[in-house]
Design a protein around this ligand. Sequence first.
Ligand SMILES: O=C[C@H](O)[C@@H](O)CC(=O)C(=O)O
Ligand SMILES: [Zn+2]
Length: 280
Amino acid sequence: MEDQYEVRYAASPREVKTMDTQQLRNEFLIEKVLESDKINLVYSHYDRFIVGGVIPASKTITLDSIDPLKSENFLDRRELGIINIGGSGTVTVDGVAYNLNHKEALYVGQGNKNVVFSSASPSEPAKFYLNSTPANKAFPIKKIGINDVEVVQLGAPETANARTLRKYIVNSVVDVCQLQMGMTSLNPGSCWNTMPAHVHDRRMEVYFYIEVPEEQAVSHFMGQPQETRHIWMQNEQAVISPPWSIHSGSGTSNYTFIWGMAGENLDYSDMDMAKITDLR
Ligand SMILES: O=C[C@H](O)[C@@H](O)CC(=O)C(=O)O
Ligand SMILES: [Zn+2]
């Protein structure tokens, strides 16, 4: 397997304050998440969260352990969330096949050994987005279909932030150790996600921007509420959000993103809101 991984260390607000555009991008932006016939993985030292993507186009691809884990199998001490943003595909876990259509998800608990990705059709391959976090309890595998998610409507057209939030992997839907994942779609005409913004020092977060139309982009906002920075992002790029940082974005059109979180608790609503007029 052409296994590619990269390690990103955790940075403090003190050093991030001094970073220029390229340094910020090197530290937090993940430019290439999905590549045909490859697995790409980024091991972040924020809560040891792994972000990745796999497109099994012309062949099946196995999730092998990577050196930083020093474990025989990838999931020996980890749990995994998978959301398919491509064509129909299959994730086979220790011989049991789970079919995932577009925007369906799978939770794979700790202790499973063999995880294999494949597509139904090479001309419209599956695109599996992966989030993985340390785990110490083996919860059952669960598929989360589009009708299993919890749906929340947020924002309003008047404030350009009308959006639909779908909770896929939260503890009211599936038993997990610490991973949480969901998908938020901006309504046409709205561009702001997570505004008013929030911080949750107990959890880091990773955003994966998708469905950004051609020639459009999203400006992602990060930093402490009184010391913000922005990172311009293209379609199907991810960004790591430190626990001490806001995570918000404004697009030049509407778009969708997948959020994933890990850390101290599973209390989804644990957020410290930042007042819009207090942002700097
Ligand atoms: O902590 C939670 C995450 O930031 C997302 O759920 C927020 C989000 O998708 C939104 O408000 O648009
Ligand atoms: Zn958040």
